[in-house]
Design a protein. Structure first.
Lengths: 151, 196
């Protein structure tokens, strides 16, 4: 293939990717939510999003019956500070796993309707049209520590 | 051929000694896991989450982990506090403690910290105080913090350093752990070494 052809094919896939639908390639593994400390109404949810499909996908939004608001955050490191930044989406390239983990990208749950315990259900919405509902266990600080050090 | 033996033997001997020294310097009992951050002994007085006055100088002889944060922080602060709790459990020594100093004293009152801190560990002390007092501790450690552009008066985040500091028995800051070096087992090793 000539260079030009390769480029054209690449461009085609690049443009076509966002419109691809129906590939059941997205799955969510190991979801969990940090138990909110007493007196707070904000926490974070973590998981691994896997795309086994052949097309790129994107997490567009999240909602939880447990909180008034839910948003996607990434962390940007400054020289000696870190800034949490809300982003509209997180890309999940084909064949890739994207980890949302403590101190990194996460789903922020704000305005919790009360102290959360046991499990909460998160609804995730993807660009491909996929809607995934996951039951995430609520972990205490020590359980969260164990979980983090095993991954 | 024979005349080469002596210089060769000498060279081998030098190499053995040299790498022996390097090896010794590089062993675990020779280096800390955190970044060396020698700062002279300092002191501060703040109010703890049980509404008692807390002065660093009252705790001489202890090894103290110090971290800045705020209770409305969804991810980094509770992650660090959980990690500090694990460090204290691994160390298992009454002479080790951790401090969580709020960078949001306006909202983080004594009662707020009183509900928040015991959730993580009974040897973590939450501290608050005047804006000025909080700033002085940050200055002493060399950390910066700033209120994120306010969404509303009640709803904002505080941009701050995720680093953990280790204060030695003499009250001096000995080590600093930037985010990528925060690992409970390794910090616990350093705490144990300072307690020896």
């Amino acid at each position: 293939m000539t260079m030009k052809k390769t480029l054209l094919v690449f461009l085609f896939f690049l443009l076509a990717a966002p419109f691809a639908r129906g590939e059941a390639g997205i799955s969510v593994k190991d979801p969990w939510v940090r138990q909110n400390p007493p007196g707070t109404s904000v926490t974070a949810a973590y998981m691994v999003i896997e795309n086994t499909g052949a097309t790129a996908d994107e997490l567009l939004g999240v909602s939880c019956g447990c909180s008034a608001e839910a948003s996607i955050h990434v962390i940007e490191m400054g020289e000696d500070s870190m800034v949490m930044k809300e982003v509209p989406s997180i890309a999940v390239p084909p064949g890739a796993s994207v980890g949302l983990s403590p101190g990194g990208s996460h789903l922020m749950l704000e305005g919790l309707s009360g102290d959360i315990k046991d499990n909460v259900v998160l609804e995730l919405k993807f660009r491909s049209g996929a809607r995934i509902s996951v039951k995430a266990p609520v972990l205490s600080p020590s359980a969260a520590q164990k979980r983090s050090s095993h991954h | 051929m024979k005349k080469y033996y002596l210089p060769l033997a000498a060279l081998v001997l030098i190499a053995v000694v040299w790498f022996g020294i390097l090896g010794f310097l590089g062993t675990d009992n020779g280096t800390f896991h955190g970044d060396e951050y020698r700062r002279p002994a300092f002191d501060f007085s703040l109010t703890d989450h049980r509404n008692q006055k807390f002065s660093l100088s009252d705790h001489a002889g202890k090894v103290i982990l110090l971290n800045f944060g705020f209770t409305n922080c969804p991810d980094v602060c509770p992650t660090t506090l959980g990690m500090l709790g694990e460090v204290l459990d691994i160390v298992g020594d009454e002479r080790a403690m951790a401090l969580f100093i709020t960078v949001d004293p306006e909202r983080d009152t004594v009662s707020k910290l009183g509900a928040y801190i015991p959730f993580f560990h009974d040897r973590i002390v939450g501290l608050t105080g005047s804006q000025q007092a909080i700033k002085e501790v940050n200055d002493a450690c060399g950390t910066l913090y700033s209120k994120e552009q306010e969404v509303s008066e009640e709803d904002y985040l505080v941009i701050h350093s995720p680093a953990v500091y280790l204060i030695g028995p003499g009250g001096e800051i000995v080590l600093r752990y930037p985010k990528e070096k925060i690992h409970p087992g390794k910090i616990a090793d350093d705490v144990k070494r300072l307690l020896l």
